[in-house]
Design a protein around this ligand. Structure first.
Ligand code: TRP
Ligand code: SF4
Length: 330
């Protein structure tokens, strides 16, 4: 049997090029040669969006449109919506009975987010966030979970819970899942920090060509030591060069690499080239996203079909789980 791959993304607003290069491209690759499950985690979105629930469904449609536009194929991969597979909630509840509170309290993202978040995250559901994530993964017996580095601790927790479950009920119901990190380097934001909606430093997949050009030429940080056009620059410490590595062809990359160091190219020109390379990559994706969004009923069909397929697998696992935990079937 092909190994099962599973990942989830929160429907929390517009997708940016960090998502494209970091997650979506990787999802696309992994759908070949694996049984891939890609889920939109609308229940997880509730942990921070419980006061803005009306935003979650439109964000779900938009994220699904992005999935399809970046090459995820609903014939190959199971694209589905977490809230449509209620079995995740049952498993979450059962796992909550065997999970020591201290395991959840010591998750580093817990305290960190609790302190920095805009919404009040002092809820029971937020503490259980990584446990619901564990249920999401193991209910499909997924072995590989493509995620960012910030999720490694959640995966470690999932493995610990699997070991505890299998030990307590003396049955190998769940395999231990493993994180797969993408090989692509992190995408910096326009200001050189990590690209993130909360920093306002993103290039979004739905930005127009004019917006991309404007953001690259006017907002993108470059080598701060290069004040005048006649000063030589250093691409190794320049965020613009990172974008060239991700989006430009080899010839442009070489040209910038040599010309920057001998002040043969100006930063404005260099940024304009980066914008052009980005536009070549993003424009077709944007067009597909907009075309998909014009037909929300098709997006809904994809999610419904995918959720039906996912539910079959989840229901099989739950039959095993109830049996292992001596729950009767009446
Ligand atoms: N916590 C993940 C994130 O914020 C989202 C997520 C929820 C997830 N369930 C998952 C990721 C299951 C992988 C597998 O990125
Ligand atoms: Fe950075 Fe390009 Fe300017 Fe060099 S020319 S400092 S790589 S923006």
């Amino acid at each position: 049997m092909q190994h099962r791959v599973l990942s989830g993304i929160q429907p929390s607003g517009s997708q940016h090029i960090g998502h494209l290069v970091g997650a979506l491209d990787n999802f696309e690759k992994l759908q070949h040669g694996h049984q891939a499950f890609y889920m939109i985690v609308d229940w997880h979105a509730l942990t921070s969006k419980y006061e803005a629930v009306e935003e979650i469904w439109p964000a779900t449609l938009e994220l699904t449109a992005c999935f399809l536009a970046t090459g995820l194929d609903p014939e190959k991969a199971t694209i589905f919506l977490q809230s449509q597979v209620k079995e995740h909630a049952e498993l979450h509840l059962l796992l909550s009975m065997i999970t020591p509170l201290s395991w959840l309290e010591r998750v580093p993202t817990y305290k960190e987010k609790l302190q920095n978040a805009v919404a009040d995250l002092g809820s029971y559901g937020f503490l259980g966030y990584p446990l619901l994530q564990t249920a999401d993964i193991i209910i499909y017996k997924a072995r590989k979970v493509p995620v960012g580095e910030d999720q490694l601790f959640h995966l470690e927790l999932a493995r610990e819970i699997v070991r505890r479950f299998n030990f307590l009920f003396q049955r190998e119901v769940f395999p231990e899942p493993e994180a797969v990190l993408t090989k692509t380097p992190k995408v910096p934001g326009l200001d050189g920090r990590k690209m993130s909606k909360s920093y306002g430093n993103c290039i979004y997949l739905r930005d127009t060509n004019a917006e991309i050009l404007e953001k690259c030429t006017r907002q993108m940080a470059s080598d701060p030591a290069r004040v005048r056009k006649t000063d030589p620059g250093n691409p190794d410490i320049c965020p613009v060069f990172e974008f060239h590595k991700l989006f430009s062809d080899d010839a442009t990359l070489q040209l910038v690499n040599t010309e920057c160091r001998r002040a043969g190219i100006g930063c404005f020109d260099c940024k304009k080239r980066v914008a052009e390379a980005m536009i070549r990559r993003i424009e077709p994706v944007r067009e597909k996203i907009e075309a998909n969004l014009a037909h929300p009923e098709n997006i809904q069909d994809v999610l419904r079909d995918g959720s039906n397929r996912a539910r079959k697998v989840a229901a099989e696992t739950m039959a095993d789980v109830r049996d292992a935990m001596k729950m009767p079937t009446l």
